[in-house]
Design a protein around this ligand. Structure first.
Ligand SMILES: Nc1ncnc2c1ncn2[C@@H]1O[C@H](COP(=O)(O)OP(=O)(O)OP(=O)(O)O)[C@@H](O)[C@H]1O
Ligand SMILES: [Mg+2]
Length: 171
């Protein structure tokens, strides 16, 4: 099976602090691949390098065979949401639709998928933490990416929404 991610001897330092010390792994098409590790062990740093938000100090990273991730083919959910707090859920997602060239008609479908149907006119600053997290997930899957990067996607969610999100992400 084809590798969608290839990581060879990835090393990263923040100043004098060595965070990634020669990471090697492959992720195949169709595979769900998870990082387990204590807080501060470099999981988020690895995702940032894979999604081209950070350049590793040395080593090689390939996503779909390219050194730089193709943002149209990947979706990213990180711990810092980056949502525009003063805009509505709809307007936040509309902005990304326009960036990705995705039809805005997809917004209501995706909100249904993350259990936020009927909330599209709500301003983001009025949302609970778990609701914001679900908007972030909606944004990550809006353009139907081939590869989804999820950094603690269900940390703020109740069991019902957690199960729902697992189902959405598996699909
Ligand atoms: N921008 C940064 N500048 C300096 N050091 C950083 C930066 N980002 C992360 N680090 C350091 O890199 C190390 C790994 O952090 P990272 O966020 O990757 O850990 P993590 O495994 O995702 O942890 P958690 O489970 O708490 O989310 C930590 O020691 C952290 O202090
Ligand atoms: Mg982290």
């Amino acid at each position: 099976m084809e590798n969608v991610i290839e990581v060879r001897n990835l090393v990263h330092q923040f100043g004098v602090k060595s965070v990634l010390k020669g990471l090697d792994f492959d992720v195949k098409r169709g595979e769900t691949f998870g990082f387990l590790g204590p807080s501060g062990s470099g999981k988020t740093t690895t995702i940032k390098v894979l999604t081209s938000q950070l350049i590793g100090s040395s080593g090689e990273v390939r996503v779909f065979g390219q050194a730089k991730a193709d943002l149209k083919r990947i979706g990213i959910l990180t711990d810092n949401s980056g949502l525009y707090e003063r805009l509505t859920i709809y307007d936040n997602l509309a902005l990304f639709c326009d960036l990705y060239g995705t039809d805005r008609a997809r917004i209501l479908d995706v909100l249904e998928e993350v259990n936020l149907a009927g909330e599209e006119k709500t301003v983001v600053k009025k949302l609970s933490k778990g609701m914001k997290q679900r908007v972030t997930l909606a944004r990550a899957i809006l353009h139907k990416p081939d590869l989804l990067f999820l950094d603690e996607p269900t940390s703020a969610l109740d069991p019902v929404n957690r199960t729902r999100i697992h189902t959405v992400c598996a699909g």
